[in-house]
Write a protein that binds this ligand. Sequence first.
Ligand code: HEM
Length: 183
Amino acid sequence: MAGDKTQGRHETDGTPGAGKEGRFEDPVADLPGFHQTSSTIAIAGHPLHAMSVAFPVALTFCTFGADLFYWWTGDAFWARAALWAGGMAFLIGVAAAFTGTLELLFVPGIRARAAAWTHAGIAVVLLSVLGANWGYRLGGYEDAVLPYGILLSGFGVLMVGATGWHGGRLVFDYHLGTSDTGN
Ligand code: HEM
């Protein structure tokens, strides 16, 4: 019931799953290594995933920007720029996803959190869009821009925004992939 403060709680009546204060406890939090969330796929303590994601994010925006300039000017330079930016966005995106997947699989506290798997799901959709956008252009980069290339680029911008925003939440809200050596 809305406004009912006892919602999600249980009186201390010995109900299995109810803790000392009557709150239901999350059994996932009892998994071994649940609190081990530091990045291990790192160089000198710097997480590889966080270092590499900036490139596909920026290149996805560049692809869309180059498409817009091609639409505006008709200059083939921009269509070729979009081909290269889109290809690099996809290839470096796959490399970044590889480091993220290692983090997901090998760090127990990251593996245990549903939000990390949600991020992986969104990222796979993004990589599919980036791959389709690049592959479509390989058959003729100028003809590919209008209308489908630019539409794919626009969708890529939306998806990279969602993926990056969600990745940021993993770090800033859940503190995943951070260091436990600082104070
Ligand atoms: C299946 C592929 C992926 C997996 C499993 C994955 C997993 C993760 C994980 C576990 C984190 C938390 C930080 C860490 O442990 O390093 C993270 C953060 C992040 N991810 Fe991914 N990721 C994937 C692909 C991507 C892609 C393709 C992008 C964007 C192009 C992306 C963007 C981000 C961003 C921006 C952060 C926040 C980094 C920071 O602020 O330090 N991820 N990802």
